[in-house]
Design a binder for this molecule. Structure first.
Ligand code: NI
Length: 171
């Protein structure tokens, strides 16, 4: 089932998510729906708060919506920076309108420790797109979208554009 993806500046995107205490049938159904929604929207990652569920759960597939061969589920993920060298890369977000993209600095190499759907511990070490993606999705669990990392000027211009768009939409 396709889920609605919340759009910035929805206040629910700014709220920290809470840890899961167990996996239920509902969790499994949610993961399946989140993966379907992510692929359909042509994204490489989706965090549960983006679909209105304030829990610490993300799905990621860095192989992309065409390949769909590397779907990973991370429950209660914890991020460690392995190489803090800042790498600049362009990011967008399924929750940020206009397909807006901007350069963001992220750590070059990270590790994520989490639980999978069988409540087994998983650890990944990642560089490149996967490292960007994990840092971006983990931010969502803290109530942050990538706009938190762009310059104040860009942010102001973007927020003005969004406000105008919302005003027009609500006329
Ligand atoms: Ni995002």
């Amino acid at each position: 089932m396709l889920l609605d993806i919340l759009q910035y500046p929805d206040p629910r995107l700014a709220q920290p998510a809470v840890a899961l205490t167990k996996v239920t049938d509902d969790t499994r159904a949610l993961v399946s729906d989140m993966a379907e929604t992510m692929y359909e929207a042509r994204g490489v990652g989706l965090a549960a708060p983006q679909v209105g569920r304030p829990i610490r759960l993300i799905v990621v597939d860095a192989s992309g919506p065409d390949e769909r061969k590397d779907l990973r589920v991370f429950i209660n993920p914890c991020l460690t920076v392995l190489d803090p060298t800042q790498i600049e890369d362009e990011e967008g977000c399924l929750s940020v309108p206009f397909n807006y993209r901007a350069p963001v600095n992220r750590a070059a190499k990270v590790a994520v420790d989490a639980l999978d759907l069988d409540w087994n511990p998983v650890r990944v070490e990642a560089e490149g797109l996967m490292a960007v993606c994990l840092q971006h999705e983990l931010d969502h669990l803290e109530g942050r979208v990538f706009l938190a990392h762009i310059s104040r000027l860009k942010r102001t211009l973007f927020d003005t554009r969004v406000k105008k768009w919302l005003r027009r939409k609500n006329l």
